[in-house]
Design a protein. Structure first.
Length: 376
């Protein structure tokens, strides 16, 4: 650019020496135009440089976000795998050993696989179905090597889990939404609410918790602690007060504070089905009357370490209320993670979240693909 200016300056001097006024005038007019053009070019260069700089920073930001997404995904999968370590040991290692120990594929091999699935809490009916389909696939594809059976077994399990063609995302759109968390005592309701509140807040949602378990004082304090950890607000009454009244107040507060999601804890220790039904019905009536515009999610929390009992509980709750999703907690504490498969195939309710530890980050969305890859 400097060279360009020098040529102009030189040319101007030469013209004055020749004392050709017209030419000088013409030249000056041209010169002015050229200077103007140069200014435009300079502006364009600056503009282009700025655009390039902005583009570079966007690209860098995108790269960073992609990198973060990838890291989060890797982290998510590692955590899931760690959480499912016991199940992997109980299921995968056994399956691998059986497949390696057989020279050919026969009826006995299928019997052994069947036993491993049943003892991992996949459930008798579901296991039979998986093994029958596996037999047909092995025959169809003329599989001869027992170690090749694993790939087909994985596919069959994925197929069983995917049979339920539903959205596994929490039912919280459009806002406002209300999530009722139900389940028997000790399964992990309060812990799940804390973890879920934290995840939703991180997703940019304004979250409020209602302490609907008024059965014991400690339950309210425990939930308050989780609300603090998750950095969200909580509405609570004192011990022994009416749970439906707490939910009522929670709804009014959620409306006044323009919350996106209201998460309600409930008491689990109701001794019989009639009691449970009465208590939950009262809460549901309050929700219907006071918050008809809210998107509803009814999450049943079950404890994976209780195995077949978790399925029984789910069946009872399904009769009492409209469960829209299941949270399976304590998957990290059991070798029988196969219960996920039984739950879905026997109840036709999607497992939406899984608990893989006691920490605030230990609640994950359930994804068929990563789950099956983590256990088998
Ligand atoms: N390892 C493990 N522990 C969990 C998980 N979820 C909950 N827990 C533990 O299970 C215990 C019971 O959890 P709570 O959240 O109090 O269960 P709850 O259903 O609210 O129980 P009640 O209020 O008594 O009905 C606590 O010690 C939790 O730390 C999980 O995913 N993994
Ligand atoms: Mg609780």
């Amino acid at each position: 650019m400097a060279k360009f200016f020098d040529i102009f300056k030189k040319k101007k001097k030469e013209n004055i020496d020749e004392e050709n006024i017209d030419e000088i005038i013409d030249e000056e007019i041209n010169e002015e135009a050229v200077y103007e053009e140069i200014d435009v070019v300079k502006d364009e260069i600056v503009e282009n440089e700025e655009i390039e700089k902005a583009r570079d920073s966007v690209i860098q930001e995108d790269d960073l976000m992609e990198q973060e997404d990838l890291e989060e995904k890797v982290d998510f999968f590692t955590k899931l795998k760690q959480g499912l370590a016991k199940t992997r040991k109980g299921m995968t290692d056994k399956i691998d050993n059986i497949l390696k120990s057989y020279g050919k594929i026969d009826e006995e091999l299928f019997d052994e696989l069947e036993e491993i699935l049943i003892t991992s809490d996949v459930g008798v009916e579901t296991t039979m179905e998986i093994i029958d389909n596996l037999k047909s696939k092995v025959k169809e594809n003329k599989i001869k090597d027992p170690t090749d059976v694993k790939k087909y077994l994985k596919e069959e399990i994925k197929c069983t889990l995917n049979k339920l063609d539903v959205d596994r995302n929490l039912n919280i759109e459009p806002s406002p939404a209300i999530i009722l968390v139900v389940g028997v005592n000790g399964v992990g309701k309060t812990t799940t609410i804390g973890k879920m509140a934290c995840n939703l807040r991180k997703d940019g949602k304004k979250v409020l918790i209602a302490a609907g378990d008024t059965f014991r004082a400690a339950a309210i304090e425990q939930l308050e602690e989780w609300a603090n950890r998750a950095n969200v607000d909580i509405v609570a009454h004192s011990e022994g007060s009416d749970p439906a009244a707490v939910i009522y107040d929670g709804i009014q507060a959620a409306k006044a504070r323009k919350c996106d999601v209201l998460i309600c804890d409930t008491a689990g220790r109701l001794h019989n089905k009639k009691n449970l039904m009465n208590e939950l019905n009262k809460i549901f009536r309050v929700v219907e009357k006071e918050y008809p515009e809210a998107t509803k999610e009814v999450l049943l929390v079950v404890d994976a370490t209780t195995g077949q009992n978790a399925i029984l509980q789910a069946k009872v709750f399904k009769e009492v209320c409209d469960i829209t999703g299941i949270v399976l907690t304590k998957l990290d504490g059991t070798a029988k993670g196969g219960v996920v498969i039984a739950l879905q195939s026997e109840l036709n309710v999607p497992v939406k979240l899984v608990g893989v530890g006691e920490g605030i980050d230990d609640l994950q969305n359930f994804e068929t693909e990563s789950f099956v890859e983590a256990i088998i």
